[in-house]
Design a protein around this ligand. Structure first.
Ligand SMILES: [Zn+2]
Length: 244
């Protein structure tokens, strides 16, 4: 039987002289491994449509286990991302986190859409549209937004509106992040918690904006490097806590 999938190519793994296995995230079945035989031969046309960071229609002949790719049509190549080293680096770092968090073959259209929205937002940022942001921030903000939204979609929404322990209203000035409690701690609760990271007021605001808005709308927010750095550490800690 041949099946058609809407897929985003995450990774490619060489498995033989001419073959590869592709890690794809599909709208229809979630994460899938697809084998492409002969894809590395010089005259194989398939390879270009299966490059990582491509949105494509993939046709798989499926019996037992992995499917064999029989065809692929690129829908969106994300060329602006692929031509920008910084954007490329950020997307691959996001894919790495994505692959650590999403490991099962399980359909989830919301996550598929989130992944696609993220790539479209990065493409826009990379595509020369005039954005008055330093290059690193231009790509960091959608990437961080993607990670916090992904955690939310997977059921690990971070509490950022009130203290994650005592539910007290958060006041600005001194707050902490705790991956263990899944959100922000007020200074009183933080005293009794071992694993905590100081979080800036701006970083708290950012997470709120990430969780309440679409990725396409967060690309132009301005910030200082120190808040972005703070958010990166927090995102890293949240992911580390979940995957161990
Ligand atoms: Zn508290």
């Amino acid at each position: 039987m041949e099946y058609k999938y809407n897929a985003i190519v995450l990774n490619k793994i060489d498995t033989g002289e001419t073959d590869r296995v592709y890690v794809i995230y599909t709208q229809e079945a979630g994460r899938i491994l697809a084998r492409a035989i002969g894809v590395k031969k010089p005259n194989a046309k398939l390879a270009g449509n299966l490059e990582p960071i491509t949105y494509c229609e993939i046709f798989l002949a499926k019996g037992k286990g992995r499917g064999n790719v029989t065809g692929a049509i690129a829908v969106e190549n994300f060329l602006a991302i692929k031509e920008n080293v910084e954007a490329l680096e950020k997307v691959f770092s996001a894919f790495k986190i994505f692959s650590r968090l999403v490991t099962q073959e399980e359909k989830d259209e919301k996550i598929f859409q989130l992944l696609l929205d993220y790539l479209l937002a990065m493409e826009k940022q990379a595509g020369g549209e005039k954005i008055e942001l330093k290059d690193n921030l231009k790509f960091d903000i959608p990437t961080l937004g993607f990670i916090f939204k992904l955690l939310q979609s997977l059921g690990y929404k971070q509490e950022v509106k009130k203290c994650a322990v005592c539910s007290a209203k958060l006041t600005s000035g001194e707050n902490y992040f705790s991956a263990e409690f899944g959100g922000i701690l007020c200074p009183i609760c933080a005293k009794h918690s071992k694993n905590k990271i100081r979080i800036t007021d701006e970083a708290v605001k950012f997470i709120r904006i990430f969780l309440d808005n679409k990725i396409e709308n967060i690309g132009k927010i301005k910030s200082e490097n120190k808040n972005i750095h703070n958010l990166k550490i927090i995102a890293q800690e949240a992911v580390r806590w979940i995957v161990g």
